[in-house]
Ligand binder design. Structure first.
Ligand code: ATP
Length: 438
C-alpha cells in the first residue's frame, strides 16, 4: 500500500515531511517498506512553497532484512526490503490518515493525500519533475490506478502526490531530517557550527551541507517549520553516523528519507523547443561580455540553436557570478538552469565552459618604422597611415590577455544550490578555478 501526500505547508509553518513522520507513527501496526521518499518535483512551478517536495511511503507486512532509519518519539524506526501479500483495509487507513493530514495542514494549503495499491505511471514522474501538469491529467491517472484521495482547499497537492508516487528510484541520495521539540517550533535553532564543519570533513559521501568559505551551515532552515536540520548524503549509514557528530539542541525525531535530490533529474537535454518554467541544458557561444544590474545580478547573452538567450546569475549565487565576468565573445559554453517567462532569462544553476577563445586586446596604434611617430587610423578596417612618411600598416599593436577561466564545470556555493541540482562532487568533478572577490 502506497501513501503519498503533498502541499500541506506554507511559509508560516508546518512541513509535509513532518506529517510523513506522523503518518509513520499512526500506522505503526504496519511496517515501512523501504525508506520514506522525499521526491522533489519541477523547481520552476510558480505555486510551490519552497522546494516542491512530495512525500511517498510504502506500508505492509515486512519480510527479509530490515534497516534502522530513524527514531520517532523514543522508538527505533526500521524499514524492510520486501513485503508479503497482506493488504490493509484502504478505507480504514484513509479514516485514520485524513484527520491527521487536516491537523498538520496550514489553513491555506491545498493538500492532496493518496492511498493506492499501485504506482502511477513512470511518465508522471518524468513530467512532474520537468514540466507543469494540469489537474485533469492527474485526475485521469488517479482514476486509472483506483487510488483513494483526500484533499483540502483546491486539492492541488494531488498533482505532486501522483508524480511523486510514480518515481522509480534510479540515481538516489539520502536526507536525514531531524525535527525539533514541539515547544521550540518558531524559536531560534541551537547548534554548534564547528561540529557541522567537522561532520562535513569526516564524511566525504555527504554533500551540500557545509559552505566552508563563508562558514555557513546549509543544513539548518531559517523558516519557523519543525525541521532542525536536513543532512544530505549518498550513503544511508553515513548520514546516520554523520548526524551523530553534529551537536544541536535535543532532537525530537529523526528519519532518513530516500530522495532524488542532487540528481539533475529536472534538466531537459536536447529539447526541440524551449518552454518557460522548465529547466534545460543549453549549448551556445558567448555573444558579448557580461553586464551587471543593480542588486549584483549578472547577465550574459549566448547564441544557441534556439536563438539568442540571456543567461542570469543572481546575487545569492555569490562568487559563481565572477565566472561569467571572465567570459568573452566567442567562448563556447553549456548552461543548465530554469527558463523564466518574464523577463525571459535562463537562471543558471551550473556552467560548463567547453572552449575559450584567445582574447586579443588593442594596446595602441602602430608606430611608423621610418620616423618613429604614432600612425593614424585610416578608417574602420582600413589600417593605419603615418601622416608624415605616408607609410602604411595593417594592424594595431595588440596583446593576448591571459584567460583566467579554463574549460570545466562551475557551480554556485553550497547555500545557493537547488535541491535537484547535481553537485560537481556527485559528478566526480571539481571546479577548475575558484573565483573570489579580493
Ligand atoms: P515544501 O518543499 O516546503 O514541502 P513545496 O515547495 O513542496 O513545499 P507545496 O506547498 O507542496 O510546496 O506546493 C507545490 C504545489 O505544486 C503542490 O500543490 C503540488 O501538487 C504542485 N506541483 C508539483 N509539481 C507540479 C507540476 N509539475 N505541475 C503542476 N503542479 C505541480
Amino acid at each position: 500500500m502506497f501513501v503519498a501526500v503533498d502541499d500541506t505547508d506554507s511559509v508560516r509553518g508546518n512541513c509535509t515531511t513532518f506529517l510523513a513522520t506522523e503518518i509513520i507513527k499512526e500506522l505503526s501496526d504496519l511496517d515501512l517498506i523501504g525508506c520514506p521518499r522525499l521526491v522533489r518535483l519541477n523547481p520552476a512551478v510558480p505555486w510551490k512553497t519552497r522546494g516542491n517536495g512530495s512525500l511517498v511511503m510504502k506500508f505492509g507486512h515486512g519480510v527479509g532484512k530490515r534497516k534502522f532509519i530513524g527514531m520517532i518519539d523514543g522508538r527505533e524506526l526500521y524499514c524492510y526490503d520486501d513485503l508479503d501479500s497482506y493488504e490493509p483495509d484502504y478505507e480504514n487507513i484513509m479514516k485514520r490518515l485524513a484527520p491527521l493530514t487536516e491537523k498538520y495542514c496550514e489553513y491555506d494549503a491545498n493538500a492532496g493525500l493518496l492511498i493506492s495499491s499501485q504506482r502511477s505511471d513512470l511518465s508522471f514522474y518524468k513530467r512532474g519533475v520537468t514540466t507543469i501538469l494540469s489537474r485533469e491529467e492527474i485526475n485521469d491517472e488517479i482514476s486509472r490506478i483506483g487510488a483513494l484521495t483526500f484533499t483540502t482547499g483546491n486539492g492541488r497537492g494531488l498533482i505532486g502526490a501522483t508524480c511523486g508516487l510514480a518515481w522509480v528510484p534510479g540515481d538516489v541520495t539520502f536526507e536525514l531530517l531531524a525535527y525539533r521539540e514541539r515547544n521550540k517550533w518558531g524559536t531560534k535553532r541551537q547548534y554548534d557550527l564547528d561540529s557541522i564543519k567537522r561532520m562535513d570533513f569526516e564524511f566525504p559521501t555527504t554533500f551540500n551541507n557545509w559552505e566552508d568559505r563563508r562558514r555557513k551551515a546549509a543544513i539548518v532552515p531559517s523558516t519557523p517549520c519543525p525541521v532542525l536540520y536536513g543532512l544530505r548524503g549518498d550513503v544511508l549509514k553515513d548520514v546516520i553516523d554523520a548526524a551523530n557528530v553534529i551537536e544541536t539542541e535535543k532532537k525530537y525525531r529523526w528519519v532518513v528519507f530516500l530522495t532524488n535530490q542532487g540528481t539533475d533529474d529536472h534538466i531537459i537535454m536536447g529539447a526541440r523547443e524551449l518552454v518557460p518554467n522548465q529547466s534545460y541544458l543549453i549549448r551556445g557561444k558567448v555573444i558579448s561580455k557580461a553586464g551587471h544590474i543593480e542588486g549584483g545580478h549578472v547577465f550574459i547573452n549566448i547564441d544557441t540553436k534556439y536563438g539568442m538567450i540571456t543567461c542570469g546569475a543572481y546575487e545569492p549565487s555569490k562568487e559563481f557570478r565572477f565566472a561569467f565576468d571572465q567570459l568573452v565573445s566567442g567562448d563556447e559554453i553549456e548552461v543548465m538552469g530554469e527558463l523564466r517567462d518574464s523577463p525571459r532569462t535562463l537562471n543558471v544553476e551550473k556552467l560548463h565552459v567547453i572552449a575559450t577563445v584567445r582574447y586579443v586586446e588593442k594596446v595602441s596604434n602602430p608606430i611608423c618604422h621610418s620616423c618613429g611617430k604614432r600612425m593614424n587610423s585610416v578608417g574602420k578596417g582600413q589600417g593605419y597611415r603615418c601622416k608624415i612618411c605616408h607609410t602604411r600598416e595593417r594592424n594595431a599593436v595588440i596583446r593576448y590577455r591571459n584567460r583566467w577561466i579554463v574549460p570545466g564545470w562551475y557551480e554556485p556555493p553550497v547555500c545557493s544550490r537547488r535541491h535537484l541540482s547535481k553537485p560537481l562532487k556527485r559528478m566526480g568533478l571539481e571546479q577548475p578555478v575558484e573565483f573570489i572577490k579580493v
